[in-house]
Design a protein around this ligand. Sequence first.
Ligand code: PLP
Length: 431
Amino acid sequence: MKARGKMAHSKGENELTPPAPLRIRGEFSRYPRGVGGVNDVSGSALCPSSLDVKRLRQDFPILRQKIYGKPLVYLDNAATTQKPLWVIDVLNQYYSDENANIHRGIHFLSERATQDYEAARGKVQRFIHAKEVCEIVFVRGTTEAINLVAQSFGRTFLKAGDEILISAMEHHSNIVPWQMLCEQMGAKLRVIPINKKGELLLEEYERLLNARTKLVSIVHVSNALGTVNPVQKMIQMAHAKGIPVLVDGAQAVAHLKVDVQVLDADFYVFSGHKIYGPTGIGVLYGKKERLEKMPPYQGGGDMISRVTFEKTLYLDYIRSVGLEAIAVHEKDLVTYGVKLLLSVPTLRLVGEPSDRAGIVSFVFDLVHAHDVGTVLDRAGVALRAGHHCTMPLMDFLGVPATVRASFALYNTRSEIDVMVEALGHVTEIFG
Ligand code: PLP
């Protein structure tokens, strides 16, 4: 839905005047800058990228917080990103002034909500460069999108003995739905192996693609290791054998420019909450000719799962900042972070992909990841310690869990300094 200003009620309760557009650029100066405002990131803090990170941080009110008296350093962005005020304000405004059911009512609010909902679909179409707006299906998130394809496409086109191909670095959301489908249909799940650096073995992939393969479902960017997979090439390889491909873009869309037509993906899925948007919304892109052959996935009102509101201001936000500039900034952060992490005694990086997005995983050989996470938490650093819903990957790498730092547009080098400084105390405490 597009941004709206507050309704003017001065002419009487039921009389609406055209809403003033919500101002959405550079207006969030209500939060004081610098010390006492959004956590100060001056000095060596800022990165040599074209992003004005100091200003952008003003857009994220949560970053003003102190945790245990220390400035919050939020490095758990792969789990969920923080929300800019654009998004927070417009959600508030929607429920205050505009809430109505879409595609149902014939009253003003409902029709307007429907128009805005459909406009949001167009915005997503442009964001990932889908050919047609009808190729965008709103769902609750990546997990639901994959389940939808598994149950609708999978149950229609699979038979006993067929194969689905995934990789060894998939999130559980891109494993379990296929396991369930295989059980239901008597099909087989095959897995593309990886090397110790955390990269897919393409020659093995080529070997696994065969006449029984009915779908390839692969992650674009690994949530545990940050590996950027060569999905365009992998799609070409699958298509050469007539096999459709689903790409799990949950960790990609906020960091890389995604063009589904260039990729030629048959399905591309992602979640709103990892791209500065609200929780509970997500996108399934599917080529029109594929979606048209798929039966409804759920019975009920609109036949597909939908949320009651849709706001895509987060896409406007990302576009206004610039995805290329975000990618350059995050690349700088991860390069800087990796270099510093390598200097921490007894710390070992897990995964060293040659093409890495803004995610880095590491372990201390003698200290459990959860204990490391606790030390960092006390220093105000929020990041993830665990298996990251990638247990098969952890098994392969021979670790029960890792500590994972994942970066977003608002992170700074000085925050990485804070993390590394705290990590320096881990061996003192536990060693
Ligand atoms: N796929 C990947 C690569 C992820 O990183 C995640 C979440 O971390 C998911 C799928 C699941 O996303 P959601 O919980 O938003 O459905």
